[in-house]
Design a binder for this molecule. Structure first.
Ligand code: ADP
Ligand code: MG
Ligand code: ZN
Length: 475
């Protein structure tokens, strides 16, 4: 019998805010332990939380970017549990009335557009971080109270590779929206992986195994590459799986049992009494809507349809937003947008990388790239000279036409001038001329090169070829 995997991901993302969720402490990674704390985020008795409005905006903005509905009524709840990294003994989260509900993420997967539905994205708070030393453990509460978004997917993912691509797409969307810095190394994105298997064609879901707290996307992929065959191995031999939580051991490359999964009622969820429900009004929602940006996939598709770029170029502009924006302005109305893309990707991007500059630092106007392409396409300058013009444009910010004129770089198509160069070159290279007449085609290229050199690269190579051939055959 054939089996298939069913995967749902719960992705935790730290929001990019200045301060924490309920207090004025800095939301900042890397400070000395317990230096970004106050009575509120330490959970001392008698303190009251005040909601961070920017975190609420980023939550709703995420909802829009993930095509979710934004309910008019949301609230916060306490999820009660004991753990040393949570001084309050509860985590504030959104249980039955989250701020966003029912969306989807579209992304490219195996040459098509795949869709994973989003159950919800709800706002909660991060907890402290435990570090275990040889003989003791320490807790750093700098992270406690950092706004955290939990994005829950429907179990629509069917393979390790698809999980990996979904996570990358999600990260791109969150980066585009400036929702989160998504720095995995700083723990800004963490993921719980839920996976079960079932006979192909079966509708009912199998027993869910949850793999906790993965902190890299490649780790998620490797954990699934291990876990799916493990589960299939058990059920295909007639074994039974029961719901449990497992831990991924990144070094050993295996998952191992951690605990049997607790149920929601174990957490004694109840409405947070110290916070008002969240009931966004129309004008507030409009303000958030104004922050909606074009999604990465839409952007890539726009480059392919509006500018007829190949997928590989569109991908570059999807991944490098400032460069893509520069290109959009450079290619607006261009007759040869691919030519413009070539200059932006092959030349400008390399130049910027060399100097650590950004498109904002570029001295020439974006449309100058389009003008440069037109100078080449119309035969006004050769592509070799164009390189020189580009370098000059980059250095001075001058318009290409001006540079060509000032430096006398215009291509010579004037046959009189070229004839003269050709006569000189033929006279100076009788052996090559002889070789050509004897049928050695390569000799023509050599002579052509000599003419180009004599003209300092300004002769029109097509015209040079024609004139040379005519003269050689005639003599
Ligand atoms: P819990 O209440 O245990 O947190 P949820 O129903 O909230 O479980 O689902 C948590 C995540 O697990 C979601 O991403 C969901 O898509 C996924 N999921 C639920 N059931 C299964 C299953 N049988 N197999 C794989 N993933 C599942
Ligand atoms: Mg859950
Ligand atoms: Zn604080």
């Amino acid at each position: 019998m054939e089996y298939e995997a069913v995967i749902g991901l719960e992705t935790h993302v730290q929001l990019r805010t200045h301060s924490k969720m309920w207090c004025a402490c800095a939301n900042e990674f890397g400070a000395d332990p317990n230096t970004r704390v106050c009575p509120v985020c330490l959970g001392l008795p008698g303190v009251l939380p005040v909601a961070n409005e920017e975190a609420l905006e980023l939550t709703v903005l995420t909802g829009y970017l993930l095509n979710c509905a934004i309910p008019g009524f949301a609230k916060f709840d306490r999820k009660n549990y004991f753990y040393p990294d949570s001084a309050k003994n509860y985590q504030v989260t959104q249980y039955d009335k989250p701020s966003t509900q029912g969306g989807y993420v579209d992304f490219e997967f195996q040459g098509a557009v795949a869709r994973v539905r989003i159950t919800r994205a709800h706002l909660e708070e991060d907890v402290g971080k435990s570090t275990h030393f040889d003989r003791h453990s320490g807790v750093d509460f700098n992270r406690a109270g950092v706004p955290l978004l939990e994005i829950v997917s429907e179990p629509d993912i069917t393979s390790a590779e698809m999980a990996y691509e979904y996570l990358n797409a999600l990260k791109d969307i969150l980066s585009y929206g400036k929702i989160s810095d998504c720095d995995m190394e700083k723990g800004m994105v963490r993921c719980d992986v839920n996976v079960s298997v079932r006979p192909k064609g079966e509708k009912a879901l199998g027993a869910k195994i949850e793999i906790k707290n993965m902190n890299s996307f490649s780790g998620v992929r490797r954990a699934l590459d291990y876990e799916i065959p493990r589960q299939i191995g058990i059920v295909s031999k007639g074994g039974r799986l029961t719901q449990e939580t497992r831990r991924w051991d990144d070094v050993a490359g295996i998952t191992e049992p951690m605990r049997t999964k607790e149920d929601a009622h174990d957490y004694r969820y109840f409405p947070e009494p110290d916070l008002m429900p969240f009931t966004p009004q129309a004008d507030w929602l409009e303000r958030v809507k104004a922050r909606v940006v074009e999604l990465p996939l839409a952007r890539k598709q726009r480059y392919m349809t509006s500018f007829q770029l190949p997928a590989s170029d569109a991908e570059v502009f999807k991944n490098d937003v400032p460069l893509g924006d520069f290109f959009s302005r450079a290619a607006a109305g261009a007759s040869n947008p691919k030519g413009v893309a070539n200059w932006v990707i092959n030349n400008l991007r390399a130049r910027l990388a060399e100097t650590g500059a950004t498109p904002a630092d570029v001295r020439f106007a974006p449309t100058h790239v389009q003008e440069l392409v037109e100078l080449v396409d119309s035969g006004k300058i050769s592509s070799r000279i164009a390189q020189e013009v580009f370098n000059e444009m980059y250095a001075s910010g001058d318009a290409p036409a001006r540079i060509v004129e000032q430096k006398g770089l215009a291509q010579v198509s004037d046959t009189g001038a070229i004839e003269k160069f050709c006569d000189e070159v033929i006279a100076a290279n009788p052996k090559s001329a002889e070789d050509f007449r004897a049928g050695k085609a390569a000799a023509l290229n050599f002579l052509k090169g000599q003419v180009m050199k004599a003209s300092k690269g300004k002769a029109n190579p097509g015209v040079v070829g024609e004139i040379l051939e005519r003269k050689l055959k005639a003599s």
